[in-house]
Ligand binder design. Structure first.
Ligand code: OGA
Ligand code: FE2
Length: 536
């Protein structure tokens, strides 16, 4: 059999670190596309309104010009003018009826159509929460992908098709949102960016005094008194009467004087302990750092020796009659836990059908609250999802059978096919797919045991970001349209495999569609017999 070497090389290449490998409305692009169409309709309706207003003004203008000429002649020789009986009649008519008609025309409201359109559409507009959500998504992306503020503001992102930049006012807005979250780190970054763009001469309605007010406060909150003072001085140069700034200035001077006093008598040991707390603060949540590094394509933990043992092959589903003549391409993505990827495993047509079925049902994805066992939304899972049953479409049913054939596991006990759409900033922070020993009730109502394995279809490419990463073992799996990955969450003993902890990285540019099937323990007793040793 002619073995296609190309995709094998691709498979191995994927295991090497990349230099740059490459949502509530904001949680899903699927829903945001509706907004774009709404906005387009509103523009059409606004243009109609402008046309109507212009034609009304045109009529008024013509009338004014006509009357201007007429009154000119009439005032020059009123008696002569009125000596003509028609002129006399017309004057009566004009004053009695025509001026009133004009008055009605002037008063006529041309905005009806536009305003009623607006009223209807406004019900579906994003609200403050959506706007804040989208802003926070930008801040999250900035951290995860180590983007400096200027790069983000100028829109210099990898893989973008429609470049877009932030105005000084936008930067100011982002800074304010960070400020209301008491996130002074990002407040400083974005206020500084707003100021920088204004200093470079950007024409804007953003006000330097306001920006400096926020900026100096954010800097002060982070402990840099001297910088806060310099900024406040700058503010006072622009607005010497600014009350708060004047008050702050005095306060800063007082604190600095006090510090100098204290420094004289302070011991080194105190300094040391202060430094230590700063270091400790920076060091929190090591998992988060591992996660973010993997998302950026850094920190992959694969040795060349292990990599050599990763292969690709044609797979017939363990002599499944449906695949003997047409085996599928399979690559090893990772060894421990074993993660395999199937290629060309879902067609573009099937993807379109699945997306179309899911779209009207997409709603904010939920998670199990370990305390109540109930489903809730959470900031750490930002996406929209929908569930599709095999009964509603032959395509879904066919996909389910495919998963059964290729995994050898019974899909009748599996959950329905879940379709998920992540918009920009959409993510799912590190989690286990299986229920831990301390949450035995998680899948109780299903009555099919724990989630033994996960099958995940990638139904889109993602321009940048959006990898599935495994922070425990240092693995990143990049979305490739038409492929699927599969791994076991449980050992054959039924014990959870903690190395399968994984996350969906935030989407930086593009739109990510996946669908997954969670297979359960029941039904697999003869397909994957359990063993006695716990972690085998
Ligand atoms: C999930 C999940 C990974 C991804 O939905 O449980 O882990 O890349 N998704 O979307
Ligand atoms: Fe998961």
């Amino acid at each position: 059999m002619a073995f296609n070497k190309m995709w094998c090389t691709v498979a191995l290449g994927l295991l090497l670190p990349f230099s740059y490998a490459h949502t509530d409305f904001f949680t899903s692009i699927g829903h945001m596309t509706d907004l774009i169409n709404t906005e387009k309709d509103l523009v059409v309706s606004l243009k109609d309104y402008i046309k109507a207003e212009e034609s009304k003004l045109e009529q008024i203008k013509k009338w004014a010009e006509k009357l201007d000429r007429l009154t000119d002649t009439a005032t020059k020789d009123p008696e002569g003018f009125l000596g003509h009986p028609v002129n006399a009649f017309k004057l009566m008519k004009r004053l009695n009826t025509e001026w009133s008609e004009l008055e009605s025309l002037v008063l006529k409201d041309m905005s009806d159509g536009f305003i009623s359109n607006m009223t209807i559409q406004r019900q579906f507009f994003p609200n403050d929460e959506d706007q804040t959500g989208a802003a926070k998504a930008l801040l999250r992306l900035q951290d995860t992908y180590n983007l400096d503020t200027d790069t983000l503001s100028r829109g210099n992102l990898p893989g973008v098709k429609h470049k877009s930049f932030l105005t000084a006012e936008d930067c100011f807005e982002l800074g304010k949102i960070a400020y209301t979250e008491a996130d002074y780190y990002h407040t400083e970054l974005w206020m500084e960016q707003a100021l920088k763009q204004l200093d470079e001469g950007e024409v804007s309605s953003a006000d330097k005094v306001y920006i400096l007010d926020y900026l100096s406060y954010a800097v002060y909150q982070q402990g840099d008194l001297h910088k806060a003072m310099t900024l406040t001085k700058r503010l006072l140069e622009l607005d010497p009467e600014h009350q708060r700034a004047n008050g702050n200035m005095k306060y800063f001077e007082y604190i600095i004087a006090k510090e100098k006093e204290a420094n004289k008598s302070s011991t080194d040991s105190e300094d040391q302990s202060e430094k230590e707390t700063v270091v400790k603060k920076k060091d929190y949540l090591p998992e988060r750092r591992k996660y973010e590094m993997l998302c950026r394509g850094e920190g992959l933990k694969m040795t060349p020796q292990r990599q050599k043992r990763l292969f690709c092959r044609y797979y017939d589903g363990n002599r499944n009659p449906r695949y003997i003549l047409g085996p599928v391409k399979q690559e090893d993505e990772w060894d421990k836990p074993r993660i395999v990827r199937f290629l060309d495993i879902i067609s573009d047509e099937e993807i379109e059908t699945v997306k179309e079925l899911a779209k009207p049902r997409l709603s904010r994805a939920t998670v199990h609250d370990p305390e109540t066992g109930k489903l809730t939304t959470a900031h750490y899972r930002v996406s929209k999802s929908a569930w599709l049953s095999g009964y509603e479409s032959p395509v879904v049913s066919r996909i389910n059978t495919r998963i059964q054939d290729l995994t050898g596991l019974d899909v009748s006990t599996a959950e329905e096919l879940q379709v998920a759409n992540y918009g920009v900033g959409g993510q799912y922070e590190p989690h286990f797919d299986f229920a831990r020993a301390n949450e035995p009730d998680a899948f109780k109502e299903l009555g099919t045991g724990n989630r033994i394995a996960t099958w995940l279809f990638y139904m889109s490419d993602v321009s940048a970001g959006g990898a599935t990463v495994f922070p425990e073992v240092g693995a990143s799996v990049w979305p490739r349209k038409g492929t699927a990955v599969f791994w076991y969450n449980l050992f054959p003993s039924g014990e959870g495999d903690y190395s399968t902890r994984h996350a969906a990285c935030p989407v930086l540019v593009g739109n990510k569609w996946v669908s997954n099937k969670w297979l359960h323990e029941r039904g697999q007793e003869f397909r994957r017999p359990c063993t006695l040793s716990e972690l085998e």
